[in-house]
Write a protein that binds this ligand. Sequence first.
Ligand code: ADP
Length: 190
Amino acid sequence: MLNLILFGPPGAGKGTQSEKIIAKYNLIHLSTGDLLRSEIQAGTELGLKAKTLMDQGILVPDEVVIGMIDNKLKEHRDAAGFIFDGFPRTVKQAEALDNLLASYNEGISVMVALSVDDDELLARLLNRGKTSGRPDDQNEELIAKRIQEYNSKTKPVADYYQKQGKFVAINGIGEIDFIFGEISNAIEAA
Ligand code: ADP
């Protein structure tokens, strides 16, 4: 199996690159942000609780997203592999993911991290907010809060995979196809 984590701050281009990776490598896309937004749309209890936090730019509790990923892994036993997008976002989530995959005798193949500076992130997210309809993309303070959550809680996840020798950093600024080429190289070297 090819199990890839696409890592990076909000606005780094994970969604755009995910689509291209899925098409080329036939992976199942697991985006916790998308899964949470589906719960909100469906008006579930989980969705209602998550919305309050997401609307403030705060991470939802680890148990919630770990449970969602656990369900999806069970649903796709015959997959060629997975691309994890927006997950794991804390070291606790990373440990849980390693344990879940180990229970299937699987593991993470590689973490590909897209790096983009904070000014560019802010500009991209405000721009996305004009068309995405996402409430968390429409307010500068909220975007700053998300980047702050990323820097404090999520960045340590990179060190976690670096220690396992699975971390590859890629410049997330430039032509979409060029960046995709770099990601493909990292996947094929894994
Ligand atoms: P972005 O990366 O652009 O911020 P996402 O769609 O990945 O967007 O996430 C939107 C929001 O959903 C986050 O700000 C957070 O509140 C919540 N969320 C998504 N994934 C996770 C996760 N793995 N752990 C905790 N909260 C999450």
